[in-house]
Every structure is written in C-alpha cells, then in structure tokens.
Design a protein around this ligand. Sequence first.
Ligand code: SF4
Ligand code: SF4
Length: 320
Amino acid sequence: MSASERLRVMFGAAPQKPERITPAAQQVHQLKRMTKADFAALKQHAHDHQLVNHKWRNRRWAVLILVNLLFTFSFWLDIQMLEGSLTASRFVGFHLIDLNSALQVMLAHRHVIVNLFIGTATVFVLWVALGGRSFCSWVCPYHLVAEWFEWLHLKLVAKKLVSDHEFHRGARSIFWLAFALLALLSGYTVFETISPTGILSRALIYGPSLALGWVLLLLVFEVLYSRRAWCRYVCPIGLTYGMVGAISPLRVEYRLEHCFHEGDCRKVCLVPHVLDVVIKGRAAELKTPIGPDCTRCGLCVDVCPSGALVFDVKGLNRLL
Ligand code: SF4
Ligand code: SF4
C-alpha cells in the first residue's frame, strides 16, 4: 500500500485489495494455499503454542501512568521541573504544547503565535521520532481508562447483553474539520472544553471537576453502545498525531512469511483497518509497515502467536 493510500485509509476510506503483488509475496501466498481443514489445524496449532504475553501492554501502562504522575507530583511538590498539563507544559524550561491544542488556539486567535509555534515545533519533532499516534496509547490518560472499560464492553458483548455499533470512520475527519472551524469562527477553543484527554489530565493535577461527569458519560456510551467510540470516530487529537505518524520512522511492521492469518491481532486492535494487510491474500510485499493510524500500542505484537508483527525503526537495519 502506498503512503498516500495509507493516509486515505486513515481519513476514512476503506482499505483496498492490492493491485500488484510482488513475485516474492505471491510465492508465499501460493505456499500458504490450503484446505479449510488444514487452515483450522494451523490455527489450532498457533493457539496451542501461544505464550500469553503482555510485555508491551505492561510497559505502555507503566510509561503512561508515570508520565501523568510526573505532572501531578511536579505540581503537588512544587518541583517546577514539569509544569502545566498535557495540553501545554514546560519541561526544564522547554515549552511543550500539544499539537492539536496549538492548532486550535492559533485558529481561535487567527494568527501564528510565535511562542506557541516554538513549543509546537519541539513537540512535533518529539512525536515524529516517537511514532505520532503513540501519544494516544503511551500518554493519553483517556486511552488507559477507555481500555479498561473496553474490557467490560467486550464481556457484555460476549454474553450478548449489548452489541457493538460501528460508525463510519470518516466521521473523525469531519469532526476534525468541524472543531477547527468552530475555533476559527467562535474565537474559542471549543474542543479543549470537551476533550477527555485534557479533562483527565487537569483532574489528575489540579483535582476533580464537574467535567469528569462528561468523561463518565463517554465511557458509559462506549461500554453500552459502541466500542472505543470517542477515539475511533471523534477525537481530533488522534487524527492530528496520525498525520505526524505518517512520517515517523517508528512503526509496527508486518511480516507475511510468519503469519497464520488467524486474525487475533485485528480483534485486539483499536484501529483494525490498519491491519487489513494481515487478511489472507492482501499483503503485496513480504514486509509491510502498518499505517499511520496505528497507535503503536503493541497489543497486536503481544497477541500474535508467530511473531508476524514487530516493532521496527525504518532505516535502522541499514545503520546496524
Ligand atoms: S484518540 Fe484522543 S482520546 Fe483517544 S487516545 Fe488518542 S488522544 Fe486520547
Ligand atoms: S496495529 Fe497493533 S500496535 Fe497498531 S494500534 Fe493496532 S494493535 Fe496497536
């Protein structure tokens, strides 16, 4: 899949079957041709030998909790090493401003604020290096809480007490534009007041507020009606960092030769459209980088029974 096609998919288009498959990948697809019974046996074999592994999930949770607690303790203990919240902060004197917030503020003020621009540039470079949407799964406090409530949603779905309702993924691109327009026309950063990321971050640092009721409403909606709806269909922060992730060298890579196509990775993924490539016959090359909407959460890496999904840094193999 080309880079532009990956971006199209992130903005809401459905992933397409590849038009051209390299001879090497074709050969692997050919070797994997089998009957349904053979495939079921392979799948069973993969599951029987799967090691339950939460390595990346545990590392991620630890980093996310640590980052958020750093803000909290810095404020409580008045260390002044890290000041502010996730939206805008200062780390040992460096201004750090969340990319989406900076965009909203500049649109609301209708001009480029130089200090804001410098802080944004620092954050931009940082997240290009760290993977773009890795902000979501490794830093955003709402991601962690929503991940815990998702467990409850999946239990209720399994017991057939609720069902999952999907929306068109393109809705997120429309929300992104709508929030940008709202800021431009109203002169007010509307999104910041309803963003669960900002609400939770501020609540952790400065104490709870009534706005937490809104976060709870979102979580109830996600448990009872639509799995991870905010992150999947609404949050403009995810889309902004997705655009940054498009040029990041840090990504998850899919390796066709190792894949059993049993699809466990797609079941755990917040953005399963990026894993369309793991469907049998879809991979056009032996190695495929996963698209920019991937949050680099590592859940697919943990769950893959055969190591077909791995973290990779583009160009590093050539350097080593
Ligand atoms: S999509 Fe938004 S709310 Fe969800 S994890 Fe990313 S920043 Fe947080
Ligand atoms: S592709 Fe893997 S690492 Fe990326 S979001 Fe999905 S589960 Fe997480």
